[in-house]
Design a protein around this ligand. Structure first.
Ligand code: SF4
Length: 363
């Protein structure tokens, strides 16, 4: 680090295919999640993969801990269409088996796959099948000798672990590689990816591992992923939460949308309220947010709490309202459209949203 970093200029990476999704090479930053079901339970896993895809997942990963899970992977592959990744530790033959069953990518951890020779066998099989391979370094399982050299799983140690694998794969002409360097420390995660981006053009899968449950997990992931995105780093992301895949995907979408890296649907801008607020803005904003869920058009909707500072923000949005004691002043594309009584604010605003959505469809 230490060098001047130009913000939001995307680090150049090569394009790697993961089924129907391109990772890197300027493709939209994709969202991944991982099924939490026992992969051997085909029904439950298929249901969860579909839920994740409906929530917006581009790629879904499944843990494959044993031969039975590898067998189930084959069945699941037949029943879902999204790109599927097999996550393998310890037994490289499971990775080979999943690739033969149609895995679009395998994730292997160089610290647990049983040596470079086995890693190479998996990579060769992936290449033969037109699938990708992720070298997924994890701070909890860096190789012993590297840990000793660096005194622990430091960012330099994680990058060295990845480099050791990459050197072998590249020497054999392997392509279709994606790299991740995840740590449960946000700082170490950022440092590791920043170091890696300096020396590699393989696409980077970014995320903070074991981020935790609920709010703290979302905040840790958002802090790490957003910082990297601002540095132009990250071709595919995964928010790891002690929660459902749908929560992970929703958080991933919010991060990408907040960083203006991708737009998925309406964005609501509402003020934090203060002593000037003379309406129940929290209820109004919640109701607007709920009713916006049916739209998939990227419209900016401002819900502001007073006629003093509200109009500025409302004017900047595609549609907006500045609420006051006497009602709400409505805006669309920067123009004042008039005002409505308090109890009609939500309906009036949503009518403007519908009109704007319609205009977008026609434009
Ligand atoms: Fe307060 Fe008005 Fe700002 Fe909302 S927009 S925080 S009500 S000053």
């Amino acid at each position: 680090m230490g060098e001047r970093q130009e913000l939001f200029v995307r680090h150049k990476t090569v394009s790697v295919r993961c089924g129907s999704v391109a990772i890197g090479g300027g493709a939209p930053v994709s969202i991944q999640t991982m099924a939490k079901t026992d992969t051997r339970d085909v029904e439950a896993t298929v249901t969860q993969v579909r839920e994740a895809v409906n929530a917006g997942a581009d790629i879904v990963r499944l843990a494959v801990p044993d031969a039975e899970a590898a067998e189930a992977f084959r069945e699941i592959r037949k029943r879902v269409r999204c790109p599927l990744v097999a996550d393998i530790h310890f037994d490289y033959s499971l990775a080979i088996s999943c690739l033969e069953s149609g895995a679009d990518k395998v994730r292997v951890n160089p610290g647990t796959i049983g040596g470079l020779e086995r890693l190479l066998r998996v990579a060769e099989k992936a290449m033969e099948r037109g699938a990708a391979i992720r070298i997924g370094v994890n701070s909890g399982s860096v190789e012993e000798d590297i840990l000793e050299k660096h005194g622990g799983p430091t960012p330099l140690a994680m990058v060295e672990s990845a480099r050791r694998s990459l050197d072998v794969l590249q020497a054999q002409g392997i392509s279709g590689i994606v790299v991740s360097l995840k740590s449960s420390s946000v700082r170490d995660t950022i440092r590791s990816y920043a170091l890696m981006a300096r020396e590699s053009t393989w696409p980077l899968h970014v995320g903070v591992t074991e981020a935790g449950p609920g709010l703290s997990g979302v905040v840790k992931s958002a802090a790490g992923i957003s910082t990297l995105l601002a540095m132009g780093i990250g071709d595919t992301i995964r928010v790891s939460l002690t929660g459902s895949p749908v929560e992970e995907v929703s958080a991933g979408r919010e991060i990408l949308q907040a960083m203006e890296v991708r737009r998925f649907g309406p964005e609501i801008i509402s003020c934090p309220t203060c002593g000037r607020t003379e309406v129940d803005l929290v209820s109004i904003a919640r109701e607007v947010a709920r009713r916006l869920e049916e739209y998939d058009v990227p419209i900016k909707v401002a819900v502001m709490g007073c006629p003093v500072n509200g109009p500025g923000e409302a004017r900047e949005a595609d549609v907006g309202v500045a609420c006051g004691r006497d009602g709400g002043i409505l805006f669309a594309r920067g123009q004042v459209l008039g005002s409505v009584p308090q109890d009609q604010i939500v309906d009036a605003l949503l009518r403007l949203v519908a009109a704007e959505a319609e205009k977008r469809r026609r434009e």
